[in-house]
Design a protein around this ligand. Sequence first.
Ligand code: TRP
Length: 352
Amino acid sequence: MIKNEVSLTGDRPTGALHYGHYVGSLKSRVALQNNDSITARYVMIADLQALTDNADNPQKITENILNVMCDYLAVGLSPDKTTFFLQSHIPALSELPMYYSNLVTVARLQRNPTVKAEMQSKSMTSSSVPVGFFTYPISQAADITCVGATVVPVGEDQLPMIEQTREIVHTFNRLYGKGKNILMEPVAILPEKALNGRLVGTDGKTKMSKSLNNCIYLKDTADIICSKVKGMFTDPNHLRINDPGNTENNPVFIYLRSFCTDEHFQMFCPVYQNLAEMEAHYRKGGLGDGTVKKFLTDVLIAEFEPIYTRRLQWEQHLNDVKDILYKGTNETIEVTSKTLEAVRSAIGIMKF
Ligand code: TRP
């Protein structure tokens, strides 16, 4: 990575954040705080984007803003290293999409696989989809470019948005740059364990999703973790302990591959040295789901207990949480108004 990178990511505040967010993005954001090639880091609460498919329930979004802020601070994002801001309070984020939307065709938006999948899961058709939702990738390009972000730490499902942003930047610079790059082309940073795929829901469905009720949340207590793991799906053909089992698409093992370390085995399950040994035993037969689930519960509690405790502390100091968000938002307004100025003058919007 070259020096002077700027990073930006964000989340829609439609609910508390869960382990899927943690594996998919939060963890790498925290790691990036120690990467000195990044000179500015932004984390945005995407309340405008959340409204694009929740126009009838804005209260849900406002209620969750501080919830998400507490999650951020609990996982270790720190206001000393990261600027937090609220999307709706940045004027440039309403104006930039106006300019960018002239550079994108309807056909291009229709091809975005993430938007397509979301439309399908929300039973939206190409004529019933709200215009704001259909065009949110354009607004997301504004989110990324408004602070000059060069790196975007996200889960794989966000790759189409980054791709679309790059195209918008490319077209913008070609049309208006007069040989200069007014806007920066960002690259995605994917989570380390991306090869394991993203974290599935506790029911084994592709994704953790609040509406599917298959999430474990950062704010879940040890008791709740325990009962959610007990209810997790495993290999449906592993009926008796002695039956050979499948570990590949088995949610319990998918979680272990994401979270457990060899030290966890020493602490909680010393009959195995590492996950490979445990998986081999399960595949051969003779290892029960209950034992594996007990181990997973111990691992999750060890990993998430400190996060949970910090979250409780922030919850008791919500005024401090609000102040962090206000301060970051004000700083971002300053930075983004410079981008807006550069964009307007590149296009040649008349000045009075
Ligand atoms: N689309 C992202 C999500 O659904 C949230 C988001 C909005 C975002 N703007 C962004 C992510 C800019 C990265 C960069 O989670």
